[in-house]
Design a protein around this ligand. Structure first.
Ligand SMILES: NC(=O)c1ccc[n+]([C@@H]2O[C@H](COP(=O)([O-])OP(=O)(O)OC[C@H]3O[C@@H](n4cnc5c(N)ncnc54)[C@H](O)[C@@H]3O)[C@@H](O)[C@H]2O)c1
Length: 438
């Protein structure tokens, strides 16, 4: 199949590369000329494990191309995926569809022959209908079927998720489009990786329902963690005891500083808005949006308590800035709120993240960025682990203690056992585990 992908970001790039790995001919298109130039020079603009090798393989096989020009690849394509951003609209929290709409207009002008236009971006229910209307206005003669194919990949595990997904959801009421989409995903083993065909509106809503449910699990275990701290229980054991029940499952039950990233915050908010607009408010999700927002800043108070009450003039070392490990993405990372709250309270911050510092520098210029965990520990009154990168799982405590002003560790991801850290003479604070020790 000849495929054009509009938007070469975290989702568009990974989808394009993996579709070329399936054997399709793929052109990835982006307006950001610098991104396309880097890709054409063999340089990958995002950090995603395994991506660079896969790009190189498919580029040299002649199946994968990068360009800023949309007209020819779209005219030649059997399938056009839209994978542009759908951030929260600043004014009201609805999904901002302006990028999707403008990409659709550009596509509509150059369509040739029967083409399947697929929204891979996360878009509210009913967006496919809007896109059909836009195409009808711009190019009434276009022979096009608009399909919803939401993406469920996780940054950091994106290639495995795309190549071996739990499921692929395709929403379409058009038989020709269904045949084309079945061919796109034909290389997947249909038993292990089923392609679920639904109506278009169902597919659009499925993505939000899934993301909101995962966010709900996280918000829930975070609230249980807070209760654990009050009653002297251990949230990790509670999670294990719950998660081993196959009806519940163990994933997304790790207590932490609140969910972040480029999807959960905006998608929960957009679902709330959609439900309100249809006079069917989903109070459950409205509630977790609020819980999560307050939680992130509340983590700064945890740091404050750990160092004895006042962070003004104190130096806090931050380990991890991305919203999760194995990505360079800091969008809506809990670190942003925690850092801001600590700065507001008068703390001095020094930080290190293995991949996220370039993006973090733009959003948090007040931080003193350092080269590794030891450099962050130097002169610090406390170390705070915000992201559970593997390299923070084996910190050299005796060495860090020698470098720090005060041996205080706040572990917002519960990666250490309290006893282990205490053995090294640290004051240790974590999430939902009341077993603190000096
Ligand atoms: N990031 C994730 O983990 C993830 C997972 C599942 C779904 N999604 C959804 O996928 C969509 C894309 O997310 P992302 O994280 O890849 O975004 P991103 O910001 O990384 O990438 C979007 C890209 O689209 C480009 N773009 C915008 N308008 C364009 C146009 N008219 N023509 C060409 N290029 C254009 C931008 O320059 C940018 O490079 C969103 O709707 C998101 O909710 C994201």
């Amino acid at each position: 199949m000849r495929i054009a992908i509009i938007g070469t970001g975290y989702v568009g790039l990974v989808s394009g590369v993996c579709l070329s790995e399936f054997g399709h001919d793929v052109v990835c298109i982006d307006k950001a000329a610098s991104k396309i130039a880097r890709l054409n020079n063999g340089d990958v603009p995002i950090y995603e494990p395994g991506l660079e090798e896969m790009i190189a393989r498919n580029v040299s096989a002649g199946r994968l191309h990068f360009t800023t020009e949309l007209a020819d690849p779209v005219a030649d394509a059997d399938v056009v995926f839209i994978a542009v951003g759908t951030p929260s609209r600043k004014s009201d929290g609805h999904a901002d569809l302006s990028y999707v709409y403008s990409a659709t207009r550009e596509v509509a002008e150059v369509l040739r022959g029967f083409t399947v236009l697929v929204t891979k971006s996360t878009v509210p229910v009913g967006t496919g209908d809007q896109l059909e209307r836009i195409i009808g206005e711009v190019n009434p003669d276009a022979d096009v079927a608009v399909v919803s194919n939401p993406e469920f990949l996780r940054e950091g595990a994106a290639i495995a998720d795309f190549m071996a997904p739990d499921r692929v959801v395709v929403g379409s009421n058009d038989d020709r489009a269904k045949t084309v989409m079945a061919e796109v995903y034909a290389p997947l083993d249909s038993e292990k990786h089923p392609v679920v065909f639904t109506s278009r509106r169902t597919a659009e809503l499925t993505k939000y329902a899934a993301n909101a449910f995962l966010a709900l699990k996280l918000a829930y275990i975070n609230e249980i963690a807070d209760l654990c701290e009050e009653v002297g229980a251990n949230v990790q054991d509670v999670s294990l005891g719950m998660g081993l029940d196959s009806r519940i499952g163990r994933k997304f039950l790790n207590a932490g500083p609140g969910y972040g990233g480029s999807c959960f915050p905006k998608d929960t908010l957009a679902l709330v808005k959609t439900a309100q607009d249809h006079s069917r408010p989903i109070r459950l999700i409205e509630t977790i949006v609020g819980i999560n927002e307050t939680r992130k800043r509340a983590m700064a108070r945890k740091v404050e308590r750990a160092i004895g009450g006042d962070v003004r003039g104190k130096t806090i070392g931050i380990l991890g800035l991305t919203f999760k490990p194995d990505t360079d993405d800091v969008r809506e990372s809990p670190a942003l709120s925690i850092v801001q709250a600590l700065l507001d309270k008068g703390a001095l911050l020094q930080a290190y993240d293995p991949e996220g510092m370039e993006a973090a520098r733009e959003l948090m210029p007040e931080i003193d960025y350092r080269d590794d965990a030891e450099a962050v520990a130097r002169g610090a009154d406390a170390l705070v682990i915000i992201t559970e990168w593997d390299e923070f799982r084996s910190l050299d405590f005796p060495r860090l203690k020698g470098l720090m002003n005060e041996p205080v560790l706040v572990d917002l991801r519960n990666i250490y056992s309290p006893a282990h850290v205490a053995e090294h003479g640290f004051l240790y604070e974590s999430v939902g585990r009341s077993d603190r020790a000096r």
